[in-house]
Design a binder for this molecule. Sequence first.
Ligand SMILES: *Cc1c(COP(=O)(O)O)cnc(C)c1O
Length: 402
Amino acid sequence: MNSDGGPKGTNTQLTAAGRRAEWTGPVVNPPVWRASTHLYPDTAALKDGGAANEDGRFFYGRRGAPTQWALADALTAIEPGAAGTVLYPSGVAAIAGALLAVLKPGDVLLVTDNAYEPSRVMANGLLHRLGVEARFFDPLDIDGFADRFCDRTKAVLLENPGSLTMEVCDVPALAAMAREKGAVSLIDNTWASPIGFPALERGCDISIMSLTKHVGGHSDLLMGAASGGDRWYRRLRQTAQALGQVVSPDDAALALRGLRTMGLRLERTSATALALAEWLADRPEVAHVLCPMHPGSPGHDLWRRDFSGGCGLFSVIFAADDARMAERFVDGLSLFGIGFSWGGYESLALPIDPAAIRTATSWPPAHWDPAHRCGVRLSIGLEDPADLIEDLARGLAQMEQK
Ligand SMILES: *Cc1c(COP(=O)(O)O)cnc(C)c1O
């Protein structure tokens, strides 16, 4: 349904993506195909069945059916440069699946020091056990990056911005360096999604996303995806099949439903996040607002250069050197839920103390006042901005009460 004219706008793409007539039939959405066994008309067809290992060929439930194919196809359509997308039962499974697809014993993996904590744990635990050595690097130290490579360095894991501390790094430069050194670059692109940051176009080899966040969008499903050009997509697919990775058709249908409105939700939550970031930046209790879309925030210039959008997730660091104050702030909020995850329609808040999970760099950064350390991460939902600001004011008032 996309044969006429040139490239389409984001929301037009999100409306059309994955809706192939052979999968939807006469209705708008592909039905939920709950299927393990796929039946063959005869033994000749059975013999032929396994031949082409492609989405769109019935074989057996582990290779999916139209509901999952439509979702993978839709995600490929919105990721410029992707030849295909593999689905995983969670974002963490997608990170694990992608790393296992590109690494072998003896390899060195460079991991950005602002990586999502489970990615760090995976690098230091599972991958270490499999003979892969993880080395953490400062994502902002472009000049030092080349020195981090050795002849065993086979992959680089990026995250942009870091989903806790929101550092924006120069992905095109880091990915180009990785390529020059013969290493695969993988990026956890959950924050911006390809809508805000077309990672493959920016030079990365594999783009990973937790669909649990913006794509699902309603805090009711877990899923992940990894996309790549032809070579890496084949590797991802082989490895995922060897590991038996598969997603349920019911969850795939929910993810497809979420995808249709993702562009609108991202626009709205980004705008509200920016309004809240501006309001917080003027408050005396706040030392740093870490929101890439906000002109006063670190990394804003790179964000403007490389991104075409943002999302509702940002962090705030308080002036007081007291983790209890961040907890009182969060406990003082009533519209923000307290919980992990983000990207849902409802706002969430979480106290953070990033120092605990840095090894290659210091937290707070060397040029900050060392007291500026603790804060909160906010995931902004679809509520009215004025109500959220009123709630933040309540939280700040509560924070000051002993
Ligand atoms: C949540 C998250 C993940 C993991 O996603 P799940 O679907 O919860 O497993 C990966 N990366 C980032 C940056 C995340 O925030």
